[in-house]
Design a protein around this ligand. Structure first.
Ligand SMILES: Nc1nc2c(ncn2[C@@H]2O[C@H](COP(=O)(O)OP(=O)(O)O)[C@@H](O)[C@H]2O)c(=O)[nH]1
Ligand SMILES: [Mg+2]
Length: 247
């Protein structure tokens, strides 16, 4: 299967080279699939795009989609997903962070579940075996865990990690119905994840959560802000309202 791994980046120059090397390394251990790595860079002022361009010259499986600036994680992923489908003819798409908080070693676990017939595989921090960094503050741990629980309860979802950014999804039968459009997606920021998760579940995607250890960010800084909490509340409210109206 043709799998495209989308890696969004904004100022990840200290990490991206090592990440690309390790992700490529993992793929070489999964020979039954064809991989592409698509970096969607938001014209990072720290030169992340230049590092990717250099790597791309050496390794043809690396692609770079250069955006004009930092427009939000959701818009970066939508641009990447449309490019992966249309230009790279991807049959499966992986969402993967560019800051090394996702462990490349977990990639094969997700691919294994796709091979077993699942349509939607979620790297989960909130099932047995999964975890968040020990060094996170109590506030950070609470917000992340309670956020996922709140989304689960409000929208009656079967899944436990509802804000995970590490996912693998099958394109055929699903992507042509996803709201991969700036005007249709309910958030241009991190909360796009909640919207796409609900759409995949609503379509009946055969879903599997696999445990992952979410690593500590060692370089650079998080682009998530208080705005993302409000965006999540907005997305959950709209989805809840829609579910009432659809009854
Ligand atoms: N292209 C692009 N990448 C982004 C944007 N915002 C965040 N990222 C990247 O998306 C990944 C996840 O973002 P991060 O800030 O680490 O989110 P957190 O892990 O929830 O704190 C990182 O690789 C970021 O560099 C954006 O607006 N555009
Ligand atoms: Mg991060």
């Amino acid at each position: 299967m043709r799998i495209t791994v989308i890696i969004p980046t904004y100022n990840e120059a200290q990490t991206i080279e090592r990440l690309l090397r390790d992700v490529r390394g993992e793929f070489s251990g999964i020979p039954n699939h064809e991989f592409k790595i698509l970096v969607v860079d938001a014209n990072s002022p720290d030169g992340t795009g230049g590092i990717v361009k250099t790597a791309k010259k050496k390794y043809p499986e690396i692609e770079l989609l250069a955006e004009k600036g930092q427009r939000g994680l959701g818009l970066a992923y939508i641009a990447g997903m449309n490019y992966a489908r249309e230009k790279l003819e991807a049959e499966a798409i992986m969402e993967f962070d560019g800051d090394y908080q996702h462990d490349p070693k977990d990639i094969k676990k997700l691919v294994g579940e796709l091979d077993r017939g699942h349509d939607y595989v979620i790297g989960s921090r909130y099932i047995p075996g999964g975890s968040v960094p020990e060094k996170w503050s109590a506030r950070q741990k609470f917000l992340s865990k309670y956020g996922s629980w709140f989304i689960k309860k409000t929208l009656a979802l079967p899944t436990y990690d509802n804000t995970s950014g590490f996912k693998l999804s099958r394109v055929r039968g699903f992507y042509d119905k996803l709201p991969l459009d700036e005007d249709k997606i309910l958030s241009h920021y991190h909360a796009y994840k909640i919207h796409l998760l609900c759409e995949m579940l609503k379509m009946g995607a055969k879903t599997k959560e696999v445990p992952i250890k979410f690593l500590e960010r060692k370089n650079g800084s998080s682009k998530s802000t208080a705005r993302d909490i409000l965006e999540s509340l907005k997305v959950v409210s709209i989805l809840k309202l829609r579910s009432f109206l659809e009854r």
